[in-house]
Write a new protein. Structure first.
Ligand code: AMP
Ligand code: ZN
Length: 494
């Protein structure tokens, strides 16, 4: 009953029962960042959504191979320049320095928000040979053509062979012709919707490799087809990314996959919705983005104050991944309160253990309510990973926990089984599934100073029992009190 998970599949445009190809194994591929700049909070939303999906699948007992790539070449700007090459040239860096810098930043940010690293994190440059092999194969099959040292995928031929370029995004090829802009390389293509599998490198392009078609570099869409199928097989379970990757990126991946392996790649295509600012997508190019570090420090004109990483995580999970989420200080302040309420419940729960009491009768109503709330956590997550509803059920469980904590409800009224289920479910959903953890007090030094004041007072009053107690308590936390001629001070134990 716990495994009746349903997911919204962008490919079929409906919610479907999740049936892995080879249970208990699940293969999941998520498009990773293009590492030419710091990830912004919008990117974080997408990766955090998949972190929760990964966590929940594991909680259900699946053995998940989670592949999330690093795009270190080929993601072009409209004028045909590679983002990483451009950044390297501007900053006078080796392209791999750019890649390393922003890969490190990405990892730090993911750790900050308590995301679990993927099982495999392949990079596009590390899979050049495989990409060249697929280009050769698509040329051999007549699905691609060479033009001016570049190789393009031929979408018209693909459609004539009975395929449907546009099946994921709902776009129609003829309309793509009319809607195409005057982008780099258009005149080399047979159809404006044709996309590059291999691009000829211009003389100033610093990331370049030899190939059967001359010196160049791979197209962005190709890397994900190659890396997903290399590590998960031609047919795997889940492919994910932000909504803005549906077209052209994922549409192109499906086309490449169909021609090279005869399969579409994933069975379930999942897309996260955008983090917006005043209704507009947060994006680096629009200048409305801020960095996770700025959000935490509060050092940005749009921020009233800094918000802790777990407050931000809570804020994001309070909205279902398929809905847009608009940034606002008010929403974050409300999330801070909500997060603290949940953590107070968690702390209370950790102190509780079952106390048998034969004189107490089972309170059927309370026990049923608690049991139902535990079921609800599962049904919410089973409904396309609805974290927003799950948090609502956890709040209701928090009320029960707090009632036990204050003595208004006795564990024995729930019975041992239900009490233990409540404890396990609450812990599992807050910490393991949603990845929310109790953050240490932000102003630890302020707390220590306050205790040192009490110590001073106790000394002045010659209350030596209290003096010894405070000293021992601080020592247990790694803080030593220093009685000096100049006064009382403290330091961390060395
Ligand atoms: P990029 O490095 O630009 O390819 O983006 C990495 C991931 O972040 C992709 O899956 C994007 O779809 C996603 N993304 C970009 N902007 C936003 C946003 N404002 N909200 C949510 N996800 C985003
Ligand atoms: Zn991708």
């Amino acid at each position: 009953m716990l495994k009746n998970l349903r997911v919204y599949n962008s490919l079929t445009r409906q919610k479907e029962e999740f049936k892995p190809l080879n249970p208990p194994y699940v293969g999941m591929y998520v498009c990773g960042p293009t590492v030419y700049s710091n990830v912004h909070l919008g990117n974080v939303r997408t990766f955090m959504s998949f972190d929760v999906i990964y966590r929940y699948l594991m909680h259900l007992g699946y053995k998940v191979r989670y592949v999330r790539n690093i795009t270190d070449v080929g993601h072009l700007l409209d004028d045909g320049t590679d983002r990483i090459s451009k950044k390297a040239r501007l900053d006078n860096l080796e392209p791999m320095e750019v890649v390393q810098t922003y890969t490190n930043d990405f990892h730090d940010v993911m750790t900050l928000f308590n995301s679990i690293p993927p099982s495999i994190e392949p990079s596009a440059i590390g899979h050049l040979m495989e990409q060249i092999e697929v280009v050769k194969d698509l040329l051999d099959k007549g699905m691609a053509y060479e033009s001016e040292g570049s190789v393009y995928f031929d979408v018209e031929t693909y459609n004539k062979a009975g395929n449907n370029y546009g099946e994921l995004s709902g776009r129609v090829l003829d309309e793509l012709m009319a809607g195409s802009r005057d982008l780099d390389g258009q005149d080399e293509k047979r159809h404006p919707a044709d996309f590059a599998l291999w691009k000829k490198a211009s003389p100033e392009h610093i990331m370049r490799w030899d190939s059967p078609w001359g010196v160049g570099f791979p197209g962005w869409h190709l890397e994900c087809s190659v890396m997903s199928t290399k590590y998960l097989g031609a047919n795997f379970d889940i492919h994910g990314g932000g909504m803005d990757l549906k077209f052209p990126h994922h549409e192109c991946e499906i086309a490449q996959n169909c021609c090279s392996t005869g399969q579409k790649g994933a069975n379930y295509w999942l897309h996260t919705n955008m983090l917006t600012v005043n209704g507009t997508k947060m994006s680096k190019s629009l200048g409305n983005s801020f960095l996770p570090a700025e959000l935490v420090s509060g050092d940005h004109p749009m921020l009233d104050e800094g918000y802790s990483p777990m407050t931000v995580r809570f804020f994001m999970l309070q909205t279902h991944y398929s809905s847009t989420l608009d940034f606002s200080n008010e929403a974050l302040k409300a999330s801070k309160k909500g997060y603290r309420k949940l953590m107070n419940g968690l702390r209370n729960l950790k102190q509780l253990s079952y106390v048998p009491n034969e004189e107490v009768e089972i309170n059927e109503k309370q026990a049923n309510q608690v049991n139902k709330l535990c079921d609800n956590c599962y049904s919410a997550m089973n409904d396309d990973f609805n974290t927003a509803l799950t948090i609502g059920h956890l709040f209701n469980l928090t009320k029960k926990i707090n009632n036990i904590h204050t003595g208004n409800l006795q564990p024995a009224e729930l019975g041992e089984e239900i009490f233990n289920r409540m404890k396990e479910t609450f812990l599992a959903f807050t910490e393991e599934v949603l990845g929310l953890k109790d953050e240490p007090a932000t102003n630890t030094n302020g707390l220590i100073e306050g205790i040192i004041d009490m110590y001073r007072k106790a000394k002045t009053e010659k209350d030596y029992a209290q003096v010894d107690q405070i000293r021992a308590m601080l020592k247990a936390e790694g803080v030593v009190v220093k009685d000096m001629k100049s006064g009382i001070d403290w330091a961390y134990e060395e």
